[in-house]
Structures are given as structure tokens and as C-alpha cells.
Design a protein around this ligand. Sequence first.
Ligand SMILES: [Zn+2]
Ligand SMILES: [Zn+2]
Length: 622
Amino acid sequence: MTQSKGLEGMRAPVISHGCALIYPPLYPASSSDESPIGYLVRLAELNCYGSTRWMCAVGQLPRLSELHLYHDLLAGAGWTGWGTETSSISAAVCLVDQSHRLGRLRYCPVCIRETQRWKAAWHLKASVVCAEHGGWLRDTCPACNSPMLFKARSTKLCKCGADLSESALCLAPEAVRRQQGWLERGSVSRALIAAGHNLDLQMRSELILLFARFVGRDGMGKTGIDTRVLHMDMAADVMIQVADALFGGTEGFTRFLDTSFSVSASEQGERRLSRFYKAFYGSFEDGCFDPYKQLLEQYLNEHWPKALSRRNSLFKDRTIQSHPWLALQAACREFAVPKSHMRRAIADDAVRSMSVQGPKRESVLVWKPDVARLKEWLADALTAKDAADYLGVTKKQFGQLRQNGYITYQKALGSASRGVGAFSMEKLSGFLKSLAHSSSAPLEAMTMNQALRRFRAGVKEPLMIIIEAIKQGSLGAYASSPKPTIRELVFDSHLFEDWYRERSSDSELFSITEAAKRMGIHQEFAYQLANTGLLETYSSNHSSGQLVSQHSIDKFCSEYVLLRDLAREAGRSSASVMNDLASRGIQPVDAVWDQQMRQKVYLASNLRGFLRGLCISSVGAG
Ligand SMILES: [Zn+2]
Ligand SMILES: [Zn+2]
């Protein structure tokens, strides 16, 4: 088919980039999906020029790598019918990045048979099938097997004379054909890419080439420039996988992730996945890719063994936030958990962790939900010092509260016995609440400090005595503020004095010296009685010695009799009374002891007959 425009202006060569086309006798118009080089080959063949070089009136034709120049060249010659608009596939292929184009021709034998034209899309590395006929493109001569070049004498014949159009059509899988339709026209069918995207040919091609770099790379390290897409013998296989990943729905994309990276098995896989993620997220920001990204992030969260720290700007925030494994240090920082607590929690299995051998050193990853739980637990947990401050007591008093069982150590989060133990703020608060009976302070208030000072020197743990009395309800404490500490509790001074006097009468404790005075015995003897256990003592505090209660003194006096007192009552010498008792077989308690007592002491129960004779009941307190 030839056209004759007959317009003088159209015949004048327009020089573009140092080249101008001749006005050939036969000039059928180019087709909107035709390769510009293919068009010139077709014209040269039609006009029997033997070479496209003859198509030049001025200069030389641009090189294959300068395909964009052909757009201006053909558009500049009106008789070519080459559209000036850049939306056609022909123009788009010219303008696409050179790296997306092939150095050799791919062709569809059926297209050539039917039209003798080369399609523009055949320039693209991403093109592997004929969008129209659905067969695999070819890039070699069916007869001599030599690669097909763009620099040709004929659109139809190989150098060897074989007719390319006679090659058989080999149908490609449907997903690959869908992919080709998307590449050439942007049509979306059964793809995860949202319809209504606005991606140009460059982006569409780039997406396919990106996936082609990674598909089926499992176990293969190379991820650089992919030579697999350059020749059809390999490209077909690669593109089947790409099409499955991009146009095989959720299953296809998941399959791609599983078979291309094997993240959990090899470090190479991890590195490859990082690179893929970086390239994918870096270049494909359009929202139409979100369905893929969601699947990818889900996959990362499930399989990625490394921590996604914030420092790793590679990954999107949402991936990082939902990723359950965190580097230990990052976790400590993010959750403001002291490292020592974290380590103990890990040792207790309260926080799950794993070690990852990095290129330089081993690092520890922690399971984020566990850390969050630890954080929650720690928020309620106080150290002993903080707990003492919270209660408003000294460290020593806090120790007493613990010893007396008012405050208990919280068990660790984990199963192990000694772990991140602490004091529960909630429980401490409950303890404080149980002490203050009323928030209205009494008329004549007595502060806790005044109450404590009320106790005589030598009385051990007066705070515990007060707390015990409050707990038992024999002493009422009042809150001087809405949330009082122990130090801030107040008492009604009259009620306190009443309680104090009553309590002192039966539970007051004396030092050994005081007890000796009360018993009318020598201090040293009193110590002997205490040390041998004849006199019951309380050794609540080691630093200030033993204490004796009135009850102990009474008990001693009812159970034992001093030889001194027996002799005095009998009006006889101690020696004679002792002999008398010995003759009845009654010995003092220290008779067989290594250490003799300062005074002789007899068990009252042994002396019943003797005492009756003396009319002595017992030794009274002095
Ligand atoms: Zn075709
Ligand atoms: Zn051939």
C-alpha cells in the first residue's frame, strides 16, 4: 500500500539530529504500534534500497541505542504518518530508558506473516509474547539459528534467506500474555495491581524487569544486571515466573516470595530480599502496589529473622512497627526498659529471644509482644528503694515491713524463680490504703514521727508495733493527705497515748540491765540467766543485745527459785540449805554444767516439799 501526498512541503527533508530522510517513491504510512527501525527496514525493502542507509538524505541514521531520535526523525517527515503524540506504544518505546531495550530483534512469526511489520514492543526486554497472537516471541532464525538484528535488509527474511514468518507459533501461558497486555497497554486483569493506575510504559517495564532480577534466584547469588532476560531461551522461563508473581494473584506473589528468597534458610536470601524490598519500595511508591506490599510485609513479619530496627531505613515504618522481632538494644530504647531488666527477663524466658549471627558479631533479637508485656509489668514494678520511697519509709523500715510479711516481693514475669522481681506499686498502694482509716485528721493530731519518738530507746521496730496495732484495729491512723505515705499518717494524740500505755503494761521490753534491776539480781547473773535460756529473751536486733519482757521475768520467777532467796526465807546459810537439798537429791540446775552460775538456781517444781516446809511460794520480783 502506497500513498502519495503530493505536497511539496512534505518532500523537503527535515534535518533532525544531523540526519534527514529521503522521500522514497513508495512510502506506506507507519502503523501506530510499529517499530521506527522496522518501518525504515520495511521502506528500504519496499523500495529495493538494499539497506536502511539509503533512507538517509543527510547524515546517518541514529544508532539503535538512540531510538528516541527516531521519534523526532519520523515525526519530522510528514509522509511517514508517524504520530507526534507520545502516547502511542511506538513513541513510548522510543522514549523508554535505553536499558529497557534489547540489542536484538524479537519477533512474532504470525505478525510478520500478516503485516510484514515489526512491532515497537519487540524492542523491550520485558516483551516475550505477542500481545495479539499470544505466542512466544522468537529472537533467532528458525533455519540458521543466528540472532536476529535490527540492522536487516528485510522485515521478513533472515540473512540466510529463511522466512521468519514460517516459524511455528508457540502459545505462551495465560499469565504471561496478561503481563504482555499490561506492559503494552497497561491493562489490568487478574493482577494485584489496582485498576486505574497511572503507570507509563517505563514504569510498567521497570516493574517486570525488577521482578525478573529476583524471581527463582533461590540459591543463586547473582542479582545484578540480569542477563537472563536478554535471550528468549532463558527469558521465557524467567518471565513465566515473573508473570506468576505479578499476575498470578495472591498465591502467585506468595509463591514468588517463597521461591526467590528462602529468607529463613540463607543469609544470601536475606540480603536479596533487602535489595528487592529497597528497589520495590524505592521505585514503586504508587498506591496501586499496596496489595503486593501488604503481602510482602506479612511475609517479612513471618519469616524475617533479623530485627527491623528504625536505623534500617530500608523498611517502611509500618513494616517495622508490626515486625515482632526487635534488636535488644532497640527494644530497650523503644520501651525504655533497662537493659539489666531485659537480660534478666530473657534469662527467665519472660521475653523470648534469639541470637542472630551477623557479619561482624552476634546480636540478640527479642520478641516485641513480650517486651511490651515486660514493660507493662515493669510500669507497676518498683525497686526496693523506690518502693520504700513510695511508702514513705526508710530503707531499714522497709526491710522490717518485708520481714514481717507486710510487703512481698513480686514474682518474676517468667517461670524461673529469681528473675525480674520487684514490688508491685498496685499492692503497695493497697497496703497504704489499708492503713489510713479516715482522711479527716483528728483535732489533736500526732504525726507518725512523734508517735515513733514516743517509744522508749531500746524498743525495737516501733514502726512495726504501730503498723501491727493499726492492722489489728487497736490503733487508728488518719490520712493527712489524699494519698498519704506511712510517714504522713497521723494519730489522735489522746487515743495514741491510751493505746501506748495499755500496750506498755503488758508488752514492754527491757534490756538485760533493766531486767536485772527489776529482778533484784546482779547484771552479770542476769546475762547468765539469759545466755543459758533460763530467762527468755528477745533478740530482735543484734546490735543492741537481748531484751526481756515482764512476761519473761514473771515466767522465770514462777519456774525457778534462787538459793539466795531460799536461804533468806529459811533464815539459814546458803551452804546449809544447799546441803539439805543435796541430801534430798535436789541439785541446782547448773550441777552438771561446765560453766557454774554466779548464784544457785533450783527448779521450783523440784522443791515442792521443801518449800511447803518453808512456806515459800516463789521468789517475787524485786
Ligand atoms: Zn503476533
Ligand atoms: Zn537464518
